[in-house]
Structures are given as structure tokens and as C-alpha cells.
Ligand binder design. Sequence first.
Ligand code: PLP
Length: 405
Amino acid sequence: MDVNAYLEERLSKLHDNGNYRIFADLERQAGNFPRATRYREDGTVQDVTVWCSNDYLGMGQHDKVVGAMQDVIAKCGAGAGGTRNISGTNHYHVLLERELADLHAKEAALIFTSGYVSNWAALGTLASQVPGMIVYSDSLNHASMIEGIRHSRCEKRIFKHNDYEDLERQMAADDPDAPKMVAFESVYSMDGDIAPIKEICDVADKFGALTYLDEVHAVGMYGPRGGGVAEREGLMDRLTIIEGTLGKAFGVMGGYITGSKTVVDFVRSFASGFIFTTALPPALAAGATASIKHLKESRFEREAHKQRVAQVRAALDKRGIPHMENPSHIVPVMVGDAKKCKWISDILLDTYGVYVQPINYPTVPVGTERLRFTPTPLHTAEDIEHLANAINDLWSQCALARAVA
Ligand SMILES: *Cc1c(COP(=O)(O)O)cnc(C)c1O
């Protein structure tokens, strides 16, 4: 077999379907977020405004975060120098884990090199090591959870998205003595909808199941101290494990789980994806700690963020641009056609300096292609007007349907 020809053929199919991913080549500007410099393929550069960053609060350039990272680079150097077990545990990792356990009011926390790895390793380890474990997984769970569960080769059931009655039916049909775990998210990042956490925990309790909640899109963002939706709703103690990322609202990089001493110690002791990899750079841990600490005390960013989201929605409504209603900070503008979605985002970038990545299949179902806007506290009123006017122009050019007021 000519492997190279096969690979080329598969890539060319991606091009044909409009699913080939092209990365925008950006240089972020500290102190000037959400502005960035875009390097075009023709060698020219362009100033753009980023409208699709997961650095939701601009913490990636916050003075305290950047300062902590610079201090610790100067103090400890660049890398951790080993796995956690073999010389790589730095004091800044220990401080970060304490900070995270406190954030979610849990006994312990464990950090990983990304949120993806934390889901993959924690779910994979618990589901494979506990004999007979059945995992109940929300149908819209993130790829990292799906891969972790798949890798464990445990029994799995997929319940309808956010449907705790379907979950209950499926749990009732299984062996009452089998160990069980329910895995779900709080904020789902494509539609911006939020899970009924209490109801799902009620069902899980009825069947004695562990609960695993991914709060990746909610940590730093919701709750009085930025502990996520479960904190806002007073439900953190109902969850066996709360998982999060340091790479989105906290603005740095890395992932984590929090839970009881026993559960966290178990993952620490048995998860290959934790054990056999170099620890995060100490400076990164220090930056994340500074970010978490700041957002525990300051509500300013969360309040300003809510206002900006409301302003973007109002500006779109004024022009009849349809966007999906949801209770979160994510503003999906529905296009419903892969080619038009890509075309609009190309023109927004090239002509208007507005950068938003088109979201097409397989990330979302065919027919629900969209532009996913993530306003931040650092977008100005002028940015919002410019964005809404640009979309308005393109909506007319593409003859797309308007929302009825
Ligand atoms: C982004 C994401 C992750 C992975 O987090 P990273 O830190 O980016 O690896 C996990 N779960 C969900 C729901 C996500 O959207």
C-alpha cells in the first residue's frame, strides 16, 4: 500500500467537504487584548480583533499573572525538570493544587498538562481500574471525556443531552450492584447551554453513582469566587470530581481534577497520563495560581463580562441577526450552511479585521454551522458596533434570513 498517497487522498477529502482546518497565524499583543497581529500567507500583516478566544476574561495578559510568571521564571528557570515523581514536583505545583482544592471546597486537587489530559486520564483510570464500572456519559460530552471513557473499555451508556429522565431510565435498567459514574459538563461550549446539575446529581445519588463534572467553560466565570456553575448553585459538595482547565478563563495552560483525598490519590497513583509525563513549568503553575487567586476575590471581570455579552446580543437583535438564546456567555450566530459560514468568516477577517473561526461539522451537526462569538470585558462599545455592522453587511450580501423582532 502507498501510505503517502492514502494520506494525501484523505486530506484532499477534507478540502472537498470544507472541513480542512486553516489556522490563523496570530501574534497576541500583551496589554492590547483582544487585538492581535495577523500574519497573512502573502507575507503582509494585519491588525485584527479576536472575537473567538477562550481567554474569556483577558487573564492571559493580566499584570498579576504575567508578573507571577516572570518572577518564577527568574527564580526557578524554564522547565520543571522531570515527571512529578522524579524531581519534577516544584513548590509552585503544590501551591496551585492547594488553591484549586480550596476553589472547589474539596480535600485535594491534581494538575495535568491540559484539561484534555485531565479528562482522559481521570475518567480512563477510574473506569478501567474499578471492576465492572458502568459510565453514563452525556451525548454532547467533549472529545477528551469520550476518549477517556473509550480507552478504559468499560461498559458505557450515552444519555440524551441534559436529559436526567433518560439517565434515570438507563440507570434503572442496569445491575443495581454495579459501580456507576455519571460524566457530564456544566456549560456546553457550542450551544452555551447549562446542565441541570442538581437533577443529574439527584438521579446519581438514587443509584449510588459517582458524579464527574467538567467545568472547563465555567471556572473563573461563574459563582461568587469563580468556582463554576456548581459553586453558583451551591452544589459543589454533590460532585465526586470537579474537573477544570487553567487554559480558558484563567488564561494560562493546564488542567486539573478536584475531589476527596482518596479519589485524587488514586488517580495520582494509577493514571499513566499523569505519571509518565513531564510536570508543567513552575512559572505556569505560578501564573495560574495568581489568576485563580485574583478571580476568587475580584468580581469586576465577571460583572463586566456579563455586560459585554448582553451588549453584543442587543447589537445583534437591533439588526435582526439570529443568535442562539442560552444562559451563558457564549453567543452562537447561526448560519446553517458550511460554505457560507466559511465565506462570512473569511470576509470578516480580510475586510473588517474581525476574527471569528467558523464552526462546522463535525464539531456541530450539519445545518447548524455557526459563528461562535466570545465577548470579553476588554472588547469596547466601538468593537461591538463594528462587529454588528460588519455581520449586518454580510448578512445582506449572503441573503441570510433575519430574526423576526
Ligand atoms: C477545551 C475543553 C477541554 C480541554 O481543556 P484544555 O485545557 O484546552 O485541554 C475539556 N473539556 C471541555 C468541555 C473543553 O471545551
